[in-house]
Design a protein around this ligand. Structure first.
Ligand SMILES: [Zn+2]
Length: 190
């Protein structure tokens, strides 16, 4: 019954739009898209990886565009040891840290797209499924998939469309730190 009513509502809206000559296919103005300027000046060997990850997210989503070195919504750092992680200060803003030791074990591009995924609003989802980007290191070192699933990409698009609550998008909470995304590389003691 609900879906019938929904279809009816859609049909009525479409009819009204057609009558008024209004295009309803793309109701959000283009200017609503958020540009996320990412800065790779500290990204070291992973600047190119960051560009690849930005392209992946741009191709997979709408309502946001990751753009290189036009500002510093997102700063990307190369670090050594401790594991890769992300610090999200608000939706689309924060810092990503790529651990060189870890990137020698796991796909650097998968790590990068995953950590940027946190900045774009996604939590971890450690289900071991390589098809899920936010499964992170749980999918093992053999998993090199750098692409978000359709559900993950759609979630990000929805977040940036503003269809989620203000609380979910707000800056008033303390920083979200996703430090355990990728467990630190194993070290040999002694
Ligand atoms: Zn993570």
């Amino acid at each position: 019954m609900t879906s019938r009513l929904s279809r009816l509502a859609v049909a009525l809206v479409a009819t009204a739009g057609a009558t008024l000559g209004v295009t309803v296919a793309n109701p959000a103005p283009a200017s609503a898209a958020m540009t996320i300027c990412y800065n790779t000046s500290q990204a070291g060997a992973y600047a190119g990886t960051a560009n690849q990850a930005a392209s992946i997210w741009n191709n997979a989503t709408v309502n946001l565009t990751l753009s290189a070195n036009c500002g510093s919504n997102l700063r990307i750092y190369q670090i050594t040891g401790g594991g890769s992680y992300a610090v999200r200060t608000s939706l689309g803003n924060g810092r990503v840290y790529i651990d060189t030791q870890q990137a020698a074990q796991y796909s650097p591009l998968r790590i990068m797209t995953h950590e940027i995924g946190h900045i774009l609003g996604l939590p971890d989802n450690y289900n071991g499924n390589c098809a899920i980007l936010m499964s992170g290191g749980s999918a093992g070192t053999s998993c090199t998939n750098p692409y978000p699933s359709t559900a993950e990409a759609n979630r990000v698009s929805s977040l940036f469309a503003g269809t989620f609550s203000a609380t979910e998008r707000s800056t008033d909470r303390s920083a979200d730190i996703f430090r355990d995304s990728w467990p630190a590389a194993l070290t040999t003691v002694g």
